[in-house]
Design a binder for this molecule. Sequence first.
Ligand code: DGJ
Length: 739
Amino acid sequence: MNTNKNSACKLKQLLLVIVLVFSNITTNATIIPIHTKDFSLLLQTDNENRLILSYFGDRLANNDELKYVSDMFNFTDENIGICNSAYTPSGTWNLSEPALKVIHSDGNNSLELKYDSHTIDPLTNGAKQYTIVLKDPVYPIEVKLFYKVFEAENLIEQWTEISHNEDGILRMQKYASANLYFTDKDPYLKSFHNQWAMEMQANSQRLTRGIKTLDSKMGSRNVMLQSQSFIVSFGHEAKENTGKVMLAQLAWSGNFKIDFEVDSYDNLRLIAGINPHASEYYLKPKEVFETPALIYALSNNGTGEASRNMHNWAREHRVLDGQGERLTLLNNWEATYFDFNEKKITKLFKDAQEIGVDLFLLDDGWFGNKYPRNNDDAGLGDWTENKKKLPHGIGYLIKEAHKKDIKFGIWIEPEMVNPESELYENHPDWVIKQSQRPEIYQRDQLVLDLTNPEVQDFVYGVVDRLFTDNPELAFIKWDCNSIIHNAHSAYLAKENTPQSHLYIDYTKGLYKVLERLRAKYPKVPMMLCAGGGGRADYNFLQYFTEFWVSDNTDPLERVFQQWNYSYFYPSIVTDNHVTNWGNQSLKYKVDVASMGKLGFDIVASELSKDELTFCTEAVKNYNSFKEIIWHGDQYRLQNPYDYDVASLLYTSKEKDRIIMFSYLVNTRVLYHTKTEPIKLNGLDANKQYRVNEINLFPNTLSQIKNEQTYSGDFLMKVGLNIPVDEDNPSVVLELTEVK
Ligand code: DGJ
């Protein structure tokens, strides 16, 4: 009996050896499966002990079959390199676009990376962290690849650490965060380009052979022209509810470079990281260089599911106070621009109280005495109250605001300086510039050199002094209106540090300031702004509670912009103000601004009685449903590009209350509205919902059958015919579960 069993076993082993020899399976391969709920990313060693990404697709159910995966693919037949390298080195066998390119301390430029070891650690936040160590067999260089996995959200944060123990400096010429490989065919890229007042303009394209790059070389205002968030899909442009998609962002607030290469096998290589342009980094022995993370959410059910997962992850794990509250506000920027005084401002407090918002935000123009900030060409850097405009200072304004039961917040732009300022006069060496060349200004200003610790102290001090002098200050708007021209740092020159560190050390210097501020003021809400929008990413959002989407507050344009931002960000972080931009009705403006954090930038005393009543009621409504906008799930129903009516909804996590917004977005002659119902999504099919229209303008009647109830099943399969037309271009519905 036993003998029979043994010989059967031996035969089986022999057969396996034969199979292995003929199929070239690497028996001693180290396989590191990284699983999320629906996806598997398989890292494994090849015959040479190099690390490859052998699979990146639907979750594989059987761990004992993983060893067969790599032999099902073969991308190395022409010996030109390994396209699916998990982190492509440069200067040896691999001639594909590299992830890491270095010049050693002895001047040699070759790099080889082989697998050394790995660990898997559970983290306290429920995520799992994989760390894989790669080493060069010849030079003492170590690369650690990190994958932080949020299983339920199908979301991964991926980054790298590079260090060495050579005798001198290692010059890093490229140092990517992530290097991915997709064998899905026919990739499409949706990217988003920016410009002042035209942030987040979508651009979709089919990727063909060669490399497509998204990048920034702007420095401080890094996303002025291009966003570092993007969507990859396969076989067709990304769809909302079907198909494999990857929603991704490089979480870095400086220059970035993201390469999409369709290789000779028609597979997609993706290499993302800090832009190495003008940024060769000189790494000292034992110094650890940590790259920012590429954050990506995957879904087989389109962008809708991937966005909701990213929103959940962001609120729970990333955004400062992501689970908390936000303050509605009245801002004076467009109401007064630079032309204000104490009387004008305190009068606006009454407006804020009447509209019913939580806070008044004093914008640009409150500071500078020798060089008063009465325009954008002077005063930046001199952060003391302008005595003429505000003789009693900020403290007085805060007290006056409190008398009206509202909080007080203030605008700053602490990374910048006007040449016409005392700061510039006293510290010309704190400014980024090429002293032998003419200065180049954007909005009449220059950028402070945040590589310099003294400048970091100064910027920290601007905010710290505001809070220590005014402990009841409740909000900061942090602006940034200039990119970096003439990139040269007097500080780096003095320290004998290469100028090529400037862009990276600027961003790290800024993070240091924010780190210190948050250590002392952990929760005060701060809005990130950059001459409008765009300056937002998931590194910044660890310090900021929200960001300014765009100076373009024309609500029609905002429907598109907010739609595109919503792929990546939950509505709790997007600040939307009602202003005089655009020809749409006040109702349309308020409805659009309610899909995020609501604010106003108008003079309420100039509103008609009905308009004021409308605003007051709309703020009350907003207060009743803001919890759902901030923390619920968002379902995009009809996009503004393909339909005449754009529509989306937010549901509470319990699916017992839904707020649905619909807007006419095509105002040309032939538009189609009211012809067919819009199908809802994200409801509970078994629940009954009562439908009511809210945010109605005084003396207008709703055109829907209010109080009518429908099942979730009906609403998701048949839908609702929304009465949107030219006379009624914006409709907000509230659906409440009937128990
Ligand atoms: C640009 C911002 O986007 C505006 O909202 C306003 O704060 C101005 N700067 C102030 O200068």
